[in-house]
Write a protein that binds this ligand. Structure first.
Ligand code: NAP
Length: 224
């Protein structure tokens, strides 16, 4: 499948792009075409050095072109820039794309991580709900991967061993987990409708608060 990773030049984009390229044609998106092309070349070199077999590909282009090419679009955009990204991408070819949001916005102040949902017409929205609100129908938005640390994803020797709750339309979640299944060490679990994303996103600052006080390193989720 053709998978676009918007903001794929960032921390989270690196590991997911390289790991998906084992099977899928991955298109890194960026505001800057040259930056995306350079990063794609670099990631491809790393993929070839570390992975035994690559049946997919890695390329780079603008976010807009990446959306137009792909079936699955991952919004790996800096959380603080999500609203301005959505403002600037309203005329992209979102159509009936399948969109995966790994976004969660939180702040760190005085030793405490705090979830920061988005606001719309006096309502609090999770990042995934905001994306769905802006893209409208027929785009299908799934929320997931917020609780998988980018550094572990990017370490191709790391055995991940995490659970990944996915929420949104059930069939769309099944399609997303089918695409991501090539990433070894992740178990995808259906969590319910997109409204559940608020709880998933808010779990990350909770995990960070616990991790930092108990010297746990970068936390990930495993349900037992
Ligand atoms: N870091 C983690 O461990 C982790 C884990 C799971 C999920 N996530 C989520 O994944 C997303 C990306 O995280 P990250 O750590 O990779 O973030 P990041 O490195 O800070 O940023 C990702 C990309 O966002 C793009 N960007 C920055 N400002 C922008 C703007 N004003 N408009 C459009 N694009 C902009 C940049 O791409 P260009 O400059 O190339 O356009 C950048 O490379 C976040 O929403 C985060 O919540 C992160």
């Amino acid at each position: 499948m053709k998978v676009a990773i918007l903001g794929g030049t960032g921390n989270f984009g690196k590991g997911i792009s390289i790991r998906l390229s084992k099977v899928h044609d991955v298109i890194l998106g960026s505001r800057f075409k040259e930056k995306a092309e350079e990063m794609a070349t670099k990631y491809e070199r790393e993929a070839r050095a570390s992975l035994s077999r690559i049946d997919g590909s890695l390329s780079g282009t603008t976010n807009e072109e990446a959306v137009s090419i792909a079936r699955l679009v991952v919004t790996a955009i800096n959380a603080g820039a999500l609203e301005s990204f959505l403002d600037s991408s309203s005329d992209f070819d979102w159509g009936s794309k399948l969109v995966l949001s790994p976004v969660t916005r939180f702040e760190y102040s005085k030793g405490i991580f705090t979830y920061r949902p988005f606001q719309s017409a006096g309502r609090e929205l999770s990042a995934a709900q905001l994306i769905k609100q802006r893209l409208g129908d027929p785009a299908q938005v799934v929320s997931g991967m917020q609780l998988v640390p980018a550094s572990k994803l990017a370490d191709l020797d790391s055995k991940l061993g995490y659970d990944v709750p996915l929420c949104g339309p059930k069939e769309a979640c099944a399609e997303v987990s089918g695409v991501l299944r090539c990433i070894d060490g992740l178990r995808f679990l259906y969590a319910g409708p997109l409204s559940i994303s608020y709880s998933i996103e808010a779990t990350l600052p909770l995990m960070l608060n616990i991790a930092v006080r108990n010297s746990l390193g970068e936390p990930g989720l495993r349900l037992v």
